[in-house]
Design a protein around this ligand. Structure first.
Ligand code: MRU
Length: 353
């Protein structure tokens, strides 16, 4: 299924449930083609998460939930116990696709708990499908609320740098960091955006630049190596990024390269903001215990199909890094803005929940 690129991305859903199937935008094809893929097997959803057909923390959380919704339909059992054990198998396969973004585990756990609360096979099927659909709808509302809350931190005529893609394409719609930028524009302020390319997978140039340009934003693309230049030359007023996981101390796991942008922002006294829903917080783990996903070397030794490094070269390709709390000016959530000291302010957000 293919569509023209004239449709507004912000009104497209990155992932949705339609006629007992999961439909998602194939993000590996962007920005050249807007292609939708349809899945009726949770193993296909697991593959899609693994291969970045769908990516971004909230989007993979909801995709995992829809994976379990497919699993209830795929199971042919007539007993509750057997259905729950089929779901546990599916959950494990979906969970093992990507280790760093906590939203995936969060989404899977939410659905498993709901499944276990059902009494009959038919009831569980209905509960699981409805809960996954609600999770997707809630994601959009949460992003809009977070956007409004975060927009007060931005001024008219700000130029805002962002990294990776924390937009509509990383969520069900609207976005987290880009949701704050959208809400700032909706509040009547003018903003310009600088998007980093985000090597090696280029979520910045392929997805953020596409999404923002498509929605009529004034966006400029820079290579990752021009972050220091842009800041030193007064081109950046504020930075905002999303997150894959935030632990209780305020350490933020996000796309590789976020840490060096935060350090440069500190050096140039530029506010560095993070926008993420409460489902991205991991209140149990210590930063040192979180697994940073290491991806295949071919992402670094080539750009698309073009080889850009010698055969046999060793590659280190971490997908995420950790930005420590002392580099972060504020963390924007749907429940309010957390400011340092984060241990205290994050706890307060959860208590208010
Ligand atoms: O490897 P990806 O593309 O899944 O990484 C995505 C990011 O790092 C995003 O910044 C993060 O998930 C926030 S999304 C709202």
């Amino acid at each position: 299924m293919e569509e023209s690129l004239t449709k507004t991305t912000s009104f497209l859903r990155t992932v949705e449930w339609k006629d007992n199937k999961v439909v998602m935008i194939d993000q590996t094809k962007l920005p050249n083609e807007l292609v939708f893929v349809e899945y009726d097997d949770y193993n296909q959803v697991a593959d899609a998460i693994r291969t970045l057909v769908v990516r971004g923390a909230p989007a993979i959380g909801v995709s995992g939930a829809f994976g379990l919704a497919l699993a209830v339909l795929q199971s042919k059992t007539t007993t509750k116990d057997r259905l729950i054990s089929d779901l546990e198998i599916a959950k494990q396969i979906l969970f093992e696709t990507r280790p760093t973004a906590i939203n995936l585990a969060w989404g899977l756990d939410q659905i498993m708990n709901i499944a276990k609360s059902g009494d009959t096979v038919e009831q569980i099927k209905e509960l699981v499908i409805n809960a996954a659909k609600k999770m997707a709808d809630d994601d959009i509302e949460i992003n809009k609320t977070m956007g409004k809350i975060g927009s007060i931190l931005f001024d008219n005529n700000d130029t805002i740098m962002t990294h990776c893609n924390a937009g509509a394409l990383a969520t069900v719609a609207y976005g987290t960091a880009l949701g704050v930028i959208r809400a700032t524009r909706e509040s009547g302020k003018k903003v310009k955006i600088i998007a980093t390319e985000t090597r090696p997978v280029q979520q910045g140039s392929r997805l953020t630049a596409f999404e923002l340009k498509h929605d009529g934003f004034d966006v400029s693309l820079i290579p990752d190596t021009a972050v220091g230049y842009s800041m030193a030359n007064g081109l950046v007023d504020k930075v905002i990024v999303g997150a894959d996981r935030i632990v209780k101390t305020g350490h933020v796991f996000n796309k590789i390269g976020t840490y060096q942008i935060a350090i440069m922002a500190k050096q140039h006294e530029i506010p560095f903001y993070v926008a993420a829903p409460l489902s991205t917080f991991d209140m149990k783990s210590d930063a040192k215990d979180v697994i940073i996903e290491m991806r295949k070397g071919s992402e670094v030794t080539g750009i698309g199909d073009k080889k850009t490094a010698p055969d046999g070269i060793n590659v280190i390709n971490p997908a995420f890094d950790i930005t420590p709390p002392e580099l972060i000016s504020a963390i924007i959530t749907e429940k309010g803005v957390a400011k340092p000291p984060y241990e205290k302010s994050i706890k307060k957000l959860f208590e208010a929940n």
